[in-house]
Design a protein around this ligand. Structure first.
Ligand SMILES: Nc1ncnc2c1ncn2[C@@H]1O[C@H](COP(=O)(O)OP(=O)(O)O)[C@@H](O)[C@H]1O
Ligand SMILES: [Mg+2]
Length: 291
């Protein structure tokens, strides 16, 4: 990737935002943009679930980190997961993404893809994106370059050197930059962004791959109140076009974005319902919310 090509790309993005200042409607334009990009293989959601876990267990040195966990998520749903430290929230994401193999149980993506038969890299390719707690953007590259790079992962060096965004990809990149509130920072070095902006950039990098399901582990930890509010807004715009599983401790953030909240404890589901319902649940108060 040469600097002039970068510059050209950045200008194209700037032009795009200039010509069409918020011209896309929230529902029409962006939804069409995300939908347009074809990803390899289709996920069969005719049974009303994008993710399905049943009776999943895993032990580490005899300690049951996940214990007969069953849970499912509907297409387009934004599911919040809460629970005390050590409840197994991150381990659950490790299992879904193929990082950890469970000892027993069933994990399906849609009704036909058995995730336990796939490796971690394949699972990402199938359309499951994961955001770890710590931002992992390339600090020495610009916002634009980071997003562009997100399209090149898992391709060979030769492919990367010859790589050029096609016009659909440039359009999508421009759309995503708007979505993650970084339109004014296209040419900034990622290392100079605030913590919150880095988190948004990383979410943007995941979106470049057009994941059907996004797993987000404590995405607003360390953010300012304003950044947290913007992140809530962002997640609400992603809902519907993507399915999201969000692990968080920040209850006011959960209150803003949540529909169904699942409470994990000791590796399985302790309670599930609206935030008001689970907050009123005696068992949840006991183990997590405190008296
Ligand atoms: N690779 C591992 N090896 C050993 N123990 C682990 C491993 N991963 C997680 N655990 C243990 O499993 C439990 C659940 O951890 P984790 O999933 O990180 O919880 P949470 O994300 O809900 O705080 C913890 O007791 C943790 O120490
Ligand atoms: Mg965790």
């Amino acid at each position: 990737m040469t600097p002039d090509l970068m510059e050209e790309g950045a200008q194209r993005v700037a032009r795009h935002s200039g010509i069409d200042p918020g011209g896309n409607t929230e529902s029409g334009g962006r939804a069409a943009g995300f939908g347009r990009h074809a990803t390899p293989g289709e996920v069969d959601v005719t049974h009303g679930r994008i993710l399905y876990l049943e009776d999943v267990s895993v032990s580490f040195d005899g300690f049951k980190a996940i214990n007969k966990l069953s849970l499912d998520i509907a297409p387009g749903e934004l599911r919040c997961i809460i629970g005390p430290n050590g409840a197994g929230k991150t381990t659950m994401m490790d299992i879904i993404t193929g990082k950890t193999r469970p000892d027993s149980g069933t994990v399906y993506f849609g009704s036909t893809i058995d995730l336990l038969r796939h490796k971690e890299a394949d699972i990402a390719q199938l359309g499951i994106g994961r955001k770890f707690q710590k931002p992992t953007v390339f600090e020495q590259l610009t916002v634009f370059e980071n997003l562009e790079l997100a399209l090149k992962t898992n391709k060979g060096v030769k492919h990367s050197m010859l790589f050029r965004l096609d016009s659909a990809q440039s359009d999508r990149l421009a759309e995503i930059i708007e979505t993650i509130h970084l339109a004014d920072s296209v040419t900034r070095m990622a290392g100079n962004l605030s913590h919150g902006q880095k988190q948004w950039l990383e979410i943007g990098m995941l979106l470049m791959q057009d994941p059907k399901l996004l797993l987000l582990d404590e995405p607003v930890a360390g953010m300012t109140d304003e950044e947290t509010a913007r992140t809530a807004e962002l997640f609400l715009t992603l809902k519907g076009k993507h399915s999201l599983m969000v692990v968080e401790h920040d209850m006011s953030f959960i209150k803003t974005i949540s529909e169904i909240v699942t409470v994990l404890c000791d590796g399985s589901v302790l309670a599930q319902g609206t935030l008001d319902e689970v907050q009123a649940d005696e068992r949840v108060i006991e183990v997590y919310l405190g008296r």
